[in-house]
Structures are given as structure tokens and as C-alpha cells.
Write a protein that binds this ligand. Sequence first.
Ligand code: ZN
Length: 211
Amino acid sequence: MSHLPDATSSETAGAALVLVPVGSIEQHGPHLPLDTDTTIAVAVARAVAAELPGTWVAPPLSYGSSGEHQSFAGTASIGTDALTHVAVELARSLRTWADRVVFVNAHGGNLTALRASDEIEWVPCATEDVDLHAGFTETSLMLHLRPASVRLDRAEVGNTRPLREILPAMMAGGVGAVSPNGVLGDPAGASAAEGERVLEAMVADVVGRLG
Ligand SMILES: [Zn+2]
């Protein structure tokens, strides 16, 4: 009952909380689908809503700010300014009938946009802190959430150096400059069980942040 598009208008009046998942459509290496971040953000938001009565989950913002992945085919980015604008307008609209609107973000590239306005309240799904991109963590999450979408036979190790070491080259030349296959991390050993564990940890973290 928490899926906003299924609700009628009168059911949503005076809602306590609306969660808006925010993801991306961007390359996730040779083995994960373009909508990996969006899939993770939706899963976290739905699980959080299940624990917080009176919470609605809005349709996700599937497009994010993914300029650093633009040299890879499949990437579809709207950029930081457009994402900020969309989030602010959406929050203003939703707040006319809901007490609180929180964006649930699963893509590090969206952070500049989400931090750009006081009108945007957001929480992270800390996947991209664990390992950076299309590695062990995201592969495990997708094996848990949508296993048929994972091309495990095509999984390859990427650049495994820590973010602080590769950030300057990545800022200058994008992900392609530091990782020809688009992976930052190593999907080896990823499993659905690990994905389930990580998802539970992220959900508990978000529930805690929402207070
Ligand atoms: Zn991702």
C-alpha cells in the first residue's frame, strides 16, 4: 500500500513522509544493467517504507548526473543543474500534501545536485562508499534484487585503487580515463547472500537517519 502511483488522492492527504528514489542510467561495466543505481534506490526506499507506517514511495528519478560515465555507450545523464531543478520542484509539489519529502540516493554523481539546495532533504544508500562502481557490492546487490539482469560470465575486475588516488584523473578525464572497462572495484565473489546483507544494512542506516 505504500506505492504512490497506486494510491488515490484522498489516501495520500496529510501523508507523514514521501520517499523519492534517485538513481542513474549509466554504464555499470560489462556485466551490470544501466539502471543498477535506480534499482538499488527503489529497493532501499521500499524496504524503508515497510518499516515506517504512513510512508509513500514515489516513482524514482531514473535519470541522474552521470557526466563522468559519458564516454561509455548507454549512459543517459541530465546533469547536475537539471537534477537540482527537478528535485526542488518535486519537493515543493509533494510538500503541499506531505509533511516530509526525502530523496533516497544511490549514485555518488548525484551528490552535487542534492547538496545544492536547502529545499532538498536526502539520504544516501551507502553502496558507492563500500566499493566504488560495478564491483563486489553492486554486483551482489543486483544478484539479490534482479539476478536475471546480471551477466556474471562477463564480469571483469576493474581499477581497484582507492577513490582518493584515482579522483584527480577521473575528474579530468572521466571514469574511462582510469578504467577502460568502466568498473571501479572487483565483482569477484559477489553473491545474492552478500547483496541481501548489504541491503539490510543500508535500510537500517536510512531508517536511523530518518529518525
Ligand atoms: Zn552504481
